[in-house]
Structure formats: C-alpha cells, structure tokens
Design a protein. Structure first.
Length: 267
C-alpha cells in the first residue's frame, strides 16, 4: 500500500492585524510578523493532499477564484497555481476521493466546484458548519462566500468521527461553531491538521487566539487538549496559513510548547 502526504501552496490572502492577533499587543507579535505594503498581514492558503494507493484525500481547497472583485481586493486574494491542474498532473483528478473541510471560510473551500468535476468526490464537513455557510450571522457573514460548495456532493457529519483506519475527525468548534480538526496517519507517522484553531506557528501559545473566532473559550479548551496530544504522540502539526513554517513538531508542555520545523514534501 502506497501512502504519501504532500503540501500544495495554493494561494495568498491578507487580513488586518487585529483579526489575526486578537488581544495580543503589537509589540509582541511584531517581533516575528511584519505588515505588508498595505499595512496588512500576509497569509498562505495551504492544501494537504493524502495519497492512499491512488485514492486522494484533500484537506481544504484554498482560496480559488472568488468572482467578486471588491472582495478580492479587500482581502488581497491571489492564487499561486491552478489547483485542479496541479492535482491532475500529479495524482489525476479522477482519483480525487474526498475533500475534508476544517470549516468553510472563503480561504478554505474556494476550489471545491472546480475540483469535483470528472470524479465522484464527496465534500466532508460538520453539519453545523454547513448551516453556518448557508445562514451566516452578522458577525460571520464576511468570512463566507456563497456558491463555493456544491450542495449535491456534501457529506454532513455530526460530531467527531473515525474514517477508516487512517483519518480521524475531531469536532472542536471554537474558530467557527462547526470547525473540525483532521488527524491522520501516513506510514506510521501521526499528523494533526489544526485548521484555524492554530492557523500559524505564532498561534501555538494557547491564549494567542484570533479576534474572528466565534467561541474563543472553546478554541482555548481544544488548543490545550490537542497541543498536549501532539506533544505526547510526537505528531506533525500542520499550520495551514503560515507563510514560512507550515508544519512542525511540538515539545515541552501545552502551556509553553516549543516548535521544531518539519519538512512536508511539496508538489
């Protein structure tokens, strides 16, 4: 059985510093993170591809081609590559089995409609998150883009779920009420995709929580639990928006974890 994991850098976007860093004072975050030319914070949209004997699973699908020009300008959205083309070149698009979403903010599901053509792939997400996407409230509606997710392919799950022998879904809430973390194993090594519970290496400190999280105390609770799990199990942690260190292992304790970068092959 062939098992492989790859990282695909699909695109870019930016957010205001307040949205990303929440209550963390600028003198702290500015030591390691700098504003871009427009005074914003650059982020990457990284997609994880898991190839299991030709059956392909993606975790999230990047920013894609948001049609609203004003929206693209506000968030400085751009794509690094054509994700469908890259998937087809490396894995063949007909082998796409599923797209598992940590949540449905625009920077995580922008390529869904394009990717599911020519295959029978399902889009796996929490039932609560699908409801968030269809009926956002005044606080959340700026983060969702309608028409990104084709409803006919959606598989809605309710809570944590073990998917076969190698993928485990952990329902967390926090960043959104329907947020989920994806834990998987490749060649005996454990990986934890934190989604936006820990979007970058800066956020590995448990109390460093973005202002856009809908339930920050839930974020804090699951960060503590999952950081400890990652340390205990020596798991590779994936930080899907980090421009410089998208993956690493953690050591120490959950209150003050120490990061060691880990190189995931890129395609």
């Amino acid at each position: 059985m062939t098992e492989e994991v790859y990282l695909i850098h699909e695109g870019y976007f930016s957010l205001d510093s307040g949205a990303i860093f929440g209550t963390i004072p600028e003198p702290l975050w500015s030591r390691s993170v700098k504003r871009n030319s427009k005074g914003r914070i650059d982020s990457h949209a990284n997609v994880i591809a898991i190839n299991n004997s030709g059956k392909l699973t993606l975790i999230d699908s990047g920013v894609g081609n948001v049609e609203d020009a004003k929206f693209r300008d506000i968030f400085q959205i751009s794509t690094a590559l054509d994700l469908r083309q890259r998937i087809n070149e490396v894995f063949r698009i007909e082998n796409l089995h599923q797209i598992i979403h940590t949540h449905l903010h625009f920077d995580h599901c922008g390529n869904d409609a394009n990717l599911i053509e020519g295959n029978s792939a399902r889009i796996v997400l929490q039932k609560k998150e699908h409801a968030n996407y269809l009926h956002p409230n005044l606080f959340t509606r700026g983060s969702y883009v309608k028409k990104s997710v084709p409803g006919s392919r959606v598989r809605k799950i309710d809570g944590s779920l073990k998917m076969g022998n190698s993928i485990n879904i952990i329902a967390t809430g926090g960043h959104t009420t329907g947020h989920q973390v994806v834990e998987f194993t490749v060649n005996g090594r454990k990986y934890i995709h934190f989604g936006d519970l820990i979007p970058s290496t800066f956020h590995i400190k448990p109390n460093f929580i973005p202002a856009i999280d809908t339930n920050p105390l839930d974020t804090l609770k699951f960060k503590l639990k999952l950081i400890k799990k990652a340390i205990d199990e020596k798991a590779v942690c994936i930080f899907n928006h980090d421009p410089f260190t998208p993956a690493g292992t953690l050591s120490g304790d959950e209150l003050r974890p120490t990061l060691t970068p880990f190189d995931i092959a890129r395609v």
